[in-house]
Write a protein that binds this ligand. Sequence first.
Ligand code: CP3
Length: 356
Amino acid sequence: METLIHPSTFNLQVSQPETPFLRACYRLPTDYTPVWFMRQAGRYMAEYRAIREKYTLLEICFHPELAAEVTLQPVRALGVDAAIIFADILLPLIPLGVGLDFAAGEGPVVGRPVRTMEDVAALKPIHAETDLSYVLEAIRIVRGELKDTPLIGFCGAPFTVASYMIEGGSSRDFLKTKTLMVSAPHIWHALMEKLTQTLADYLGAQIRAGAQAVQVFDSWVGALSPQDYEKFVLPYSARLLRSVAHYRVPVIHFGVNTATLLPLMKRAGGDVIGLDWRLPLDEGWALLGNDVAVQGNLDPTVLFAPLPEIKQRIEDVLRRANGRPGHIFNLGHGILQHTPVDHVKAAVDMVHEYGH
Ligand code: CP3
């Protein structure tokens, strides 16, 4: 049987053989399709808003007990098959020394954007074990609380993190990022080099702290052509993804708007590749091939629809997966802020009940 000789299977047999999420990451059969949601902890939940009234987003991240509590909220409320540690892809920017804040209504703000060689040289070397110890401590606390639900660690991919550092915040067109990439490639490569090392160190530290799977978020990579992805991004993503291969925990490689990038993202690496909703799941999986698992791919706005419509859309995704081992149900991107919680819970139950 093909699955038995998959190298990751070895680890599965010694550590977590029976959880559907980890089995699906390794394309092993499961009794039902595992499901979790990106941004499953957040403002759509009253329990989260209650904590957010007292603390800022960064304060929650800095206090491991709070981060652990927020991580566990959706596990208790929804019955999802995986937890994701509550943190943010931009936390490493703080020890790197560029300054980070989350301004109300504006999203992330980077105090000192990185645009010159001097800016890159001024980035501080970081050591996750000390500089991001609060995330690692939150991971340890959550692992102590959870019995059968695996915990996912995560970081941003070099491109997506670089885009925030260069733009100074969120962007629509990534003008500054792409201009630097194309017009000053030596600066781009120097920045990507430092970021790749930093993120590899951070991701490895999360696994050593207890993360049982990791996801690399390259959320905005769909802004690039395949040619630019291959030249300016793939080598760094590949190095980051492969840097944790020896830990033998599954690695999920995620991006949005990636229909034209999927084969290259697969080449970069990951046991599981994220699929957004712009491509039907079966078509995306066909582009990737049989030797990789997939995660997705419901449109997050569908969760605002009446329950019968949600059910039809979920069944369509599951029909397209066709029971093939290696599908983790998720949205194509994160849960949106005003999503009705009862719809999210109903969606989890619908995924679990399908086929029974
Ligand atoms: O439940 C989980 O998924 C874990 C927590 C998590 C957060 N951020 C907390 C957060 C995760 C996995 C992230 C990843 C993240 N952060 C990404 C990649 C995922 C994606 O959505 O593509 C990106 C691009 C960021 C950067 C970021 N953080 C932005 C652009 C914003 C502002 C936009 C917004 O939604 O307000 C954030 C803030 C942020 N990070 C929130 C949460 C729950 C917003 C809620 C709050 O302010 O309390």
